[in-house]
Design a protein around this ligand. Structure first.
Ligand code: ATP
Ligand code: MG
Length: 252
């Protein structure tokens, strides 16, 4: 039986409701994500991807509709959800004065993970992201991509059942992005963890995502496996699907 980790029904988020500058950031979103899936959220700038993630982790309240994460209503049981779900925000702050290792340990410590376990996890993650040599350097001297990798590792140190990564590989170089993707793939395949990520890199999507949801102007305009969507929209590749749905050109 499918085990749905995320479920939304008619989920709607309107900013500045009733005002002249009202923005319908999410409109009637019905979405389900199953345990163990790598789910990619795609859409142009301003489509609503970050808003959707922020609603699902309880940082924003829905205007209408329902959202359940790990079977719990996000407006009722957010404490339950927050201890089991990790988030890498699009614009995540990092502790610049701490070292890479301290960033991981400090964050994990807030979740009550014992020190010896934290140290084991930090060793492994720092090795994987290739920052073992630099682990004792203050992060303020790191490049943008290096900081992003530390932040991905920081999100994963709590070994969450479900992780939201808002543009995890933005600013990360080609090799680094591959390392991050491989790490996420392993998490989903070997440990059955659920990953929801946003990206503007369609190559990343085809390498990593089991299914994708395409958002456009707050509407969920398509959901499915990349190859299913290509077939459905008679497109040669995901880029054609995406462009067609977002511009309305060349798609049936
Ligand atoms: N706090 C806010 N107050 C008012 N409007 C907001 C707020 N946050 C987001 N919006 C608006 O909601 C819409 C969706 O924004 P969102 O950040 O979810 O887009 P996105 O798909 O993540 O885009 P990007 O690819 O640029 O990250 C945009 O029109 C944005 O201006
Ligand atoms: Mg965003």
């Amino acid at each position: 039986m499918p085990d749905s980790v995320i479920r939304t029904e008619g989920l709607t988020k309107i900013f500045e409701k009733g005002r002249k500058h009202e923005v319908v950031a999410l409109k009637d979103i019905d979405l389900e994500v199953q345990r163990g899936e790598v789910f990619g959220l795609l859409g142009p700038n301003g489509a609503g991807k970050t808003t959707l993630i922020r609603v699902l982790v309880g940082l924003l309240t829905p205007t209408a509709g329902k959202a359940y994460v790990l079977g719990r209503d996000v407006t009722e049981d957010i404490d339950y959800i927050r201890t089991r779900v990790a988030l890498l925000p699009q614009e995540a702050g990092i502790y610049e004065r701490l070292t890479a290792r301290e960033n991981l340990i400090y964050y994990g410590g807030m979740y009550g993970i014992p020190d010896d376990e934290l140290n084991r996890r930090a060793d492994r993650l720092l090795e994987i992201i290739g920052l073992k040599e630099k682990q004792h350097y203050q992060v303020k001297g790191f490049s943008g991509g290096m900081k992003r990798k530390v932040l991905v590792a920081r999100a994963l140190i709590i070994e969450p059942e479900l992780v939201f990564l808002d543009e995890p590989t933005t600013g990360v170089d080609t090799l680094g992005a591959r390392v991050v993707r491989n790490m996420l793939k392993r998490l989903s395949e070997e440990e059955n963890r659920t990953i929801v990520l946003t990206t503007h890199d369609l190559h990343e999507v085809s390498e990593l995502c089991d299914r994708v949801g395409i958002l456009n102007e707050g509407h969920l305009v398509a959901v499915g496996k990349p190859d299913e969507l290509e077939e459905k929209f008679k497109a040669a590749n995901l880029e054609e699907v995406f462009t067609g749905l977002v511009t309305g050109e060349g798609i049936e």
